[in-house]
Design a protein around this ligand. Structure first.
Ligand SMILES: [Zn+2]
Length: 116
């Protein structure tokens, strides 16, 4: 059960990394690191399963940000300033979606980003 949740979370985040060109060795290793931590977390707290995918996405987002990479960028707004999407709800789930951090508008479900 936990394995299914983790596999699904990994697939969703990997899809969104790929949609924006970050499903490379660097992106995947950040994803694997986040998966390892969240596996431990959800094994301690099985009720957290609905939140895992969104939390993994946020973990990877934070890790990329530390490397100076803004992922995923909002490509929807006309705003000239580059800005990012964030996971909503902030707890990571259930049913995580990417929302624009500027407009607050829902852009895509987690795993449903398009090339931007
Ligand atoms: Zn935006």
């Amino acid at each position: 059960m936990v394995d299914d949740v983790l596999l699904s979370a990994r697939a969703l985040v990997l899809a969104d990394l790929g949609a924006r060109g970050y499903a490379d060795a660097g992106g995947v290793s950040l994803l694997e690191a986040a998966m390892g931590e969240r596996r431990w977390w959800v094994e301690q707290w099985p009720d957290g399963q609905p939140f895992v995918a969104g939390l993994v996405a946020t973990d990877v987002q934070d890790a990329l940000f530390d490397q100076g990479i803004r992922w995923p960028e909002c490509t929807t707004c006309a705003s000239l300033e580059q800005h990012a999407l964030r996971i909503d709800p902030e707890l990571g789930g259930p049913d995580p979606v990417w929302v624009c951090e500027t407009s607050g508008e829902a852009i895509a479900r987690l795993g449903g980003l398009t090339a931007g």
